[in-house]
Design a protein around this ligand. Structure first.
Ligand code: GDD
Length: 320
């Protein structure tokens, strides 16, 4: 049987690199990845020679069209995005442009080439935004009350996916990923940021003070390796046009996540609130219900959060 052709947008990123590794491990896939010219490729350095990297940009509809036309993928995983929530307050237009216009360009490229791939789009639990206590755990039917330009951009991408399914019968599957972390998580995100600070303090490269933002928020974390396994199951088993929460169903307070990290280390630290890490509006709690996705795919998270955080700390210990 011929290998399935897979196109991953954001292949050099956090989730993209883990997904590429998973597909290589499974075998039977010819993997193409969009990678903007000059973007960093450290995460895929070890597997680069087994991938086809394509110099194309989501915001350049011409390069996107010619790339999609040449590859004619069977599966597309749309993971590229401006994904850091605070950046979206600093640069709202860039966030909206990359996440919304970039997605529209991708859908249009597929439509105009006239192919019929299954397309997974990485939507986000941030779309739910402000969630009331009686709405926990959050179901896919919950109202969306986005709290940041980033969240608005993901709502728009999510609904664009729905609209392209309705208008053109495109096989778009909307996974609403809750927080995910693990090795290679960007250092601005809270789990990675705190793990890196602990590693720096252990090495004597930072004073024994951990800078923090809002420690009262709660997030539902899944290991990135479980998350990308979910993305693959999504294209294989889910229904086009539908949205699915991908989450563990269990929340951890940011403060408890920090305590967990510190329990893996011998350092004694002070914790200091850093005003610049506070957001104009933060989502207080996200706990998802994953029943719809689990019933459809049989997926379940396998890597315990404790192991994820230990792996992340070790990742930083090797790099600071
Ligand atoms: N980044 C950061 N840095 N966050 C902090 C800090 C800090 O020093 N201290 C506390 N926090 C809190 C944030 O206020 C937020 O409530 C929580 O930690 C998680 O922050 P992030 O790790 O930056 O992730 P996020 O929840 O805003 O967004 C992530 O998850 C979404 C899915 O829910 C990103 O991965 C998004 O791209 C993704 O869509």
């Amino acid at each position: 049987m011929l290998d399935k052709k897979v196109l991953i947008t954001g292949i050099a990123g956090f989730a993209g690199s883990h997904l590429a590794e998973l597909l290589l491990e499974k075998g039977g896939y010819e993997i193409y990845g969009l990678c903007r010219p000059r973007s960093k490729t450290d995460h895929i350095e070890a597997i680069k020679n087994k991938l086809h990297l394509e110099d194309a940009d989501l915001l350049d509809s011409h390069s996107l069209y010619t790339t999609v036309a040449r590859i004619k993928p069977d599966y597309i995983f749309h993971l590229a995005a401006q994904s850091f929530v605070p950046t979206s307050w600093v640069s709202p237009s860039v966030t909206l442009e990359v996440n919304i216009i970039g997605s529209a360009n991708l859908f249009e490229a597929v439509r105009q080439v006239g192919i019929d791939p299954v397309i997974q789009i990485a939507c986000s639990s941030e779309e739910y935004g402000l969630v009331h206590p009686d709405e926990i755990p959050i179901k896919e039917t919950n109202p969306l009350r986005p709290q940041s330009p980033y969240a608005v951009s993901k709502v728009a991408m999510d609904y664009l996916g729905y609209q392209y399914f309705c208008s053109y019968n495109m096989r778009i599957i909307r996974t609403r990923g809750f927080n995910h972390t693990g090795p290679r998580r960007g250092e601005t995100f809270v789990t990675s940021n705190f793990a890196k600070q602990v590693a720096l303090i252990e090495r004597g490269k930072q004073e024994a003070v951990i800078k923090v933002g809002n420690l009262d928020a709660e997030r539902d974390w899944t290991d990135v390796r479980d998350m990308v396994r979910g993305y693959l199951l999504a294209v294989e088993k889910c229904d086009p046009g539908e949205e699915y929460n991908v989450c563990s169903g269990r929340a951890v307070k940011i403060r408890d996540m920090l305590d967990m990290l510190l329990s893996y280390s011998k350092v004694k630290v002070d914790i200091r609130e850093d005003a610049s890490r506070m957001r104009p509006s933060d989502v207080p709690i996200l706990i998802g219900e994953n029943k719809k996705f689990v019933d459809k795919t049989g997926w379940k998270p396998e890597i315990p959060f404790e192991k994820t955080m230990e792996d992340l700390l070790n990742y930083w210990r090797e790099r600071v």
